[in-house]
Design a protein around this ligand. Structure first.
Ligand code: NAI
Length: 260
C-alpha cells in the first residue's frame, strides 16, 4: 500500500535525513518547514513524489493548510514525523517567560497539534504511524536548558498517552530520543563553547557523535510494518549515552579483574 509521510522541520538536520531515507524507501514525502526556500531545495533532490509545504507548527492554520495541500498532491498521510524543535538557552531564574513560551509552543504544543490534525485523519482511515522527536534531555537534566528538557520530557508523556488512546484504532505513536547528533544544533553549541567536545565524547561509550542518517533509520523502522506491534515506546539512539552511568573516565582499564 502506498505511503505518504509529512515531516515537520524537515528542511535541514535530522528532518532532512529522514526525508531522504523515507524517499529512498519509496515513501512520498512532504517536507514541512518554516524555511520554505530550504525545504524546496531539498524537495528537488528527493527521488519520487515529494512536496515542500510551509508549516509553522505554532500556527494551526498553517498545519491544516499544509496537511490539506499534502493530501491533495500526494494522497492521504500515513506517516507523521514531529521533528521540528528549538533550543533556547538561559539561566532559569532570569529566563524571559516569552522564551519559555516559544519553546513550549514549538516542542510540545506544536507536536500535539500536528498529532491532532493528522491523527484525526489517520483514525478515520484506521491506519497510521507517528514518530515524535524527544531527546536524551527527556531523561537527563542540563543547566540552562529547562524549557528544552521540560518539553522533551513532555513529548515522551504525550507519546505514551496518545499511543494508549489510539492503539486499538490502527494508529501507532512512538518517540525517538537522539543523543548528540552532528547537526547545526550541536555544531553551534560546540562552536559557542557551550559543549566541550572532548568532555562530550568521554560520556558517549561509542566515542563519537551520531549521524542524522542513524536517527532517520530508527524513525524509518518505527514507521514501518516491521514495527507493527510497537507503540507507546521511546527508542534511545545515542551511542550508549543514557546507559552510561560511570564517573568521568580515567585511563585505567575498568574491565580488569579486581580479584586478588
Ligand atoms: P535543526 O535545528 O538542525 O533543524 C530544525 C528544523 O526545524 C529547521 O529546519 C527549522 O527551520 C525547523 N523549525 C523550527 N521551528 C519550526 C516551526 N515552528 N515550524 C516548523 N519548522 C520549524 O534541528 P535538528 O538538530 O535536526 O533536530 C531535529 C529534532 O531532533 C529536534 O526536535 C531536536 O530537538 C531533536 N534532537 C536533536 C538532537 C541533536 O543532537 N541534533 C539531539 C536530541 C534531539
Amino acid at each position: 500500500m502506498s505511503r505518504v509521510a509529512l515531516i515537520t522541520g524537515a528542511a535541514q538536520g535530522i528532518g532532512a535525513a529522514t526525508a531522504k531515507r523515507l524517499a529512498a524507501d519509496g515513501v512520498a514525502v512532504a517536507v514541512a518547514d518554516v524555511d520554505t526556500e530550504q525545504a524546496e531545495a531539498l524537495t528537488a533532490t528527493l527521488p519520487g513524489p515529494a512536496l515542500a509545504v510551509h508549516v509553522d507548527v505554532t500556527d494551526r492554520t498553517t498545519i491544516e493548510a499544509g496537511v490539506q495541500e499534502t493530501e491533495r498532491t500526494l494522497g492521504p498521510i500515513t506517516d507523521l514525523v514531529n521533528n521540528a524543535g528549538i533550543q533556547r538557552i538561559g539561566a532559569s531564574e532570569s529566563l524571559d517567560p516569552a522564551r519559555w513560551a516559544e519553546v513550549v509552543a514549538v516542542n510540545l504544543t506544536g507536536v500535539f497539534e500536528c498529532c491532532q490534525v493528522v491523527g484525526s485523519r489517520m483514525l478515520a482511515a484506521g491506519r497510521g504511524a507517528i514518530v515524535n522527536l524527544a531527546s536524551s534531555n527527556s531523561e537527563r537534566g542540563m543547566p540552562g536548558r529547562t524549557p528544552y528538557c521540560a518539553t522533551k520530557t513532555g513529548v515522551v508523556g504525550l507519546t505514551r498517552a496518545l499511543a494508549t488512546e489510539w492503539a486499538a484504532r490502527g494508529v501507532r505513536v512512538n518517540a525517538v530520543e537522539p543523543g548528540y547528533i552532528g547537526t547545526p544544533m550541536v555544531a553551534n553549541a560546540i562552536q559557542m563553547g557551550l559543549i566541550d567536545e572532548d568532555g562530550l565524547l568521554d560520556r558517549i561509550p561509542a566515542r563519537r557523535v551520531g549521524a542524522p542518517a542513524e536517527i532517520a533509520a530508527a524513525i524509518a523502522f518505527l514507521l514501518s510494518r516491521d514495527a507493527s506491534y510497537v507503540t507507546g515506546t521511546t527508542l534511545a539512539v545515542d551511542g550508549g549515552f543514557l546507559a552510561y552511568g560511570a564517573p568521568a573516565p580515567t585511563s585505567a582499564d575498568q574491565t580488569r579483574t579486581l580479584d586478588p
